[in-house]
Write a protein that binds this ligand. Structure first.
Ligand SMILES: [Zn+2]
Length: 261
């Protein structure tokens, strides 16, 4: 467990990187670390994260009441607190406004699913929470159901929420979401994005399982491999069941002579 001093430095480091990579602008975005059962260290409201210092950070309780620090808590802290409430396994939350990712949602599109192997390995797929008026109670409500089932989500017309055991893990996920949006946007300029075949997706998920990668997997619903409706996540930790279902569906297809129903 890191000290509060180290956690402050880690948040500042992540803020600088987010700003440097253009994942936020102006006063956008917020980063938090769970210091203890009822102590959350976070970036305050309004400050430009490119210039933030460890002393600018504030400590609140789990309900968002300020315990320490000069600045006001951000209204978006409510999304972080919702994530901490729903996920005992996470220690950090990052909210950012990565431009390519937001651009997809402005165009009314989800990120192409089952396209890049490392994205399948890391996330399964990346779900989108419906639009919520920023800085209101709608924010935590919009992400409430999804954040229990995934480590990265897109908030429509707004940004991303990524979580992890530590702040660098949540940051890696943010970079990965935006990188995949950037690559998919570039690919679309060249031609339609072709998804990986179902059996390759299944292999990646099996590989993920065998490597024991931590975090949640939100399975792709585009190819129907999870056998569930649009945007309905599987039960917690159900990766093996998903892989088995895919294997069954491939088997069924083969036994029907490969003809699609
Ligand atoms: Zn925001």
């Amino acid at each position: 467990m890191k000290s509060e001093r180290e956690s402050r430095q880690d948040i500042v480091e992540v803020c600088r990187r987010m700003y440097g990579r253009g994942l936020i602008s102006g006063g956008d975005g917020n980063v938090s670390i769970r210091l203890g059962a009822d102590r959350i260290l976070s970036t305050p409201s309004g400050l430009n994260k490119g210039f933030i210092t460890p002393r600018d950070l504030i400590v609140t309780d789990g309900a968002g009441k300020r315990l320490q620090g000069a600045w006001r808590p951000t209204s978006e802290l409510r999304m972080h607190l919702e994530a901490y409430r729903r996920r005992a396994d996470i220690g950090a939350v990052i909210h950012a406004h990565p431009p390519h990712t937001v651009a997809f949602s402005l165009a009314g599109q989800k990120l192409p699913q089952c396209a890049m192997p490392e994205v399948v390995m890391m996330f399964g797929s990346i779900p989108m929470a419906s639009y919520a008026t920023p800085c209101t109670e709608e924010g935590p409500r919009a992400i409430a159901d999804l954040i229990g089932e995934c480590d990265a989500l897109i908030i429509e017309r707004h940004g991303t929420l990524t979580v992890g055991p530590d702040v660098f893990s949540a940051y890696d996920k943010l970079e990965k979401v935006e990188h995949s949006a950037e690559v998919c946007a570039a690919a679309r300029l060249i031609g339609p994005v072709k998804p990986l075949p179902q059996e390759e997706v299944a292999k990646l998920l099996e590989l993920r399982q065998s490597l024991g990668l931590s975090g949640k997997v939100y399975p792709c619903n585009r190819c129907g491999m999870c056998g569930r409706g649009e945007d309905v996540p599987p039960a917690d930790g159900d990766v093996a069941a998903i892989a088995a279902r895919i294997a069954r569906s491939i088997q069924e297809k083969l036994s029907h002579g490969g003809k699609e129903g």
